[in-house]
Design a protein around this ligand. Structure first.
Ligand code: CP
Ligand code: NVA
Length: 333
């Protein structure tokens, strides 16, 4: 079956079929190999991409900028502070103007509806660079990284996500696993259990692929996991929740003892980043003075032999580049 993603948006992995996700992964693997071999192409020559960020970013922004530049494309970066977007005019008006100027739009912010409305009104492909409830480009990089490090097909891989199981990463993982027929365990406190409606939607998709998605409060259930994944305990915009989260999530911190519960000597540790594993050095005076230990993973695990987090971060760029080229690029060679 030939896959054609030209003109398509990526608002959620739920919008793509397993075959389309497979195509993007294979394309990213090819682009990474090309890059390592020093092969230069200009598949985005003459293409202009808007990068609209209402929340901060390191990896996502840099991946779009570098990925576009490597293929001859041009980007405009607009942060919250730089434009009228969301302030002086309606989203509809902004989106229509962006659609006349740009070939595609990346959006990072709060509401999933904003990214959907940008796609609806702009008429050009829109890429979800993270909302409160999804982070699909991260999962593309994560799936690629799992394939590089686990010697089994994705539909035999078991992923255990520890921590806040109702955040954007947990939901994006549910969708990704549901599409690719994987085993997914969301492991966290019942107070932070997945939203039943979102979980139900992912479960429906799982029925088609043979994936299994479960929620548990018991860390013993991560036995057999190939991947242990975590994320920060309070996502962007939730900082005031930190005192409560530290209490709820301390038992789900990823430590060497926790990795041992997988009983899998080849387990890999993954994290979307940024991470507070070294928060004593990264936090400001004021936050340290609050005295909360917000480390979702220890330094030993983060920098240890099971960790693949830097490969994972690199793969953001290759997968995002594949997405841009597949949807707006020149695929003639
Ligand atoms: N993982 C990720 O999205 O990183 P940034 O917030 O730095 O973009
Ligand atoms: N859950 C995190 C992911 C960061 C990539 C956040 O939204 O802040």
């Amino acid at each position: 079956m030939s896959i054609d993603l030209k003109g398509r948006s990526l608002l959620s992995l739920m919008d793509l079929s397993a075959e389309e996700i497979r195509y993007l992964l294979d394309f990213a693997i090819k682009l990474k190999a090309e890059r390592k071999a020093g092969i230069r192409k200009e598949r985005l020559k003459g293409r202009c991409i808007l990068l609209l960020f209402e929340k901060t970013s390191t990896r996502t922004r840099c991946s779009f900028e570098v990925g576009a530049a490597q293929e001859g494309g041009v980007v405009t970066f607009l942060s919250n502070a730089d434009s009228q977007f969301g302030k002086k005019e309606s989203l509809e008006d902004s989106a229509k103007v962006f659609g006349r100027l740009y070939d595609a739009i990346e959006y990072r912010g709060y509401s999933q509806k904003t990214v959907e409305d940008l796609a609806k009104y702009s008429g050009v492909p829109v890429y979800n660079g993270l909302t409160d409830v999804d982070h699909p480009t991260q999962i593309l990089a994560d799936l690629m990284t799992i394939e590089e490090h686990c010697s089994k097909p994705l539909d035999q891989v078991k992923v255990a996500f520890l921590g806040d199981t109702r955040n954007n990463m947990a939901y994006a993982w549910m969708y990704g696993c549901a599409k690719m027929g994987m085993q997914f365990i969301a492991c966290g406190p019942k107070e932070l259990a997945p939203d039943p409606e979102i979980f139900g939607r992912a479960q429906e998709a799982a029925k088609e692929s043979g994936a299994t998605l479960t929620f548990t409060t018991d860390t013993a259930d991560i036995e057999g996991a190939d991947v242990v994944y975590t994320d920060i305990w309070a996502s962007m915009g939730e900082e005031k929740e930190i005192p409560k989260r530290v209490k709820l999530l301390a038992p789900y911190k990823v430590t060497d003892e926790l990795l041992e519960k997988t009983k899998n000597p080849n387990v890999i540790f993954m994290h979307c980043l940024p991470s507070f594993h070294d928060f004593e050095t990264t936090m400001g005076e004021e936050q340290r003075a609050l005295g909360y230990d917000i480390r979702e993973v220890t330094d030993e695990v983060f920098n240890g032999p099971h960790s693949v987090v830097i490969d994972e971060a690199e793969n953001r760029m290759h997968t995002i580049k594949a997405l841009m080229v597949a949807t707006i690029g020149d695929l003639s060679d």
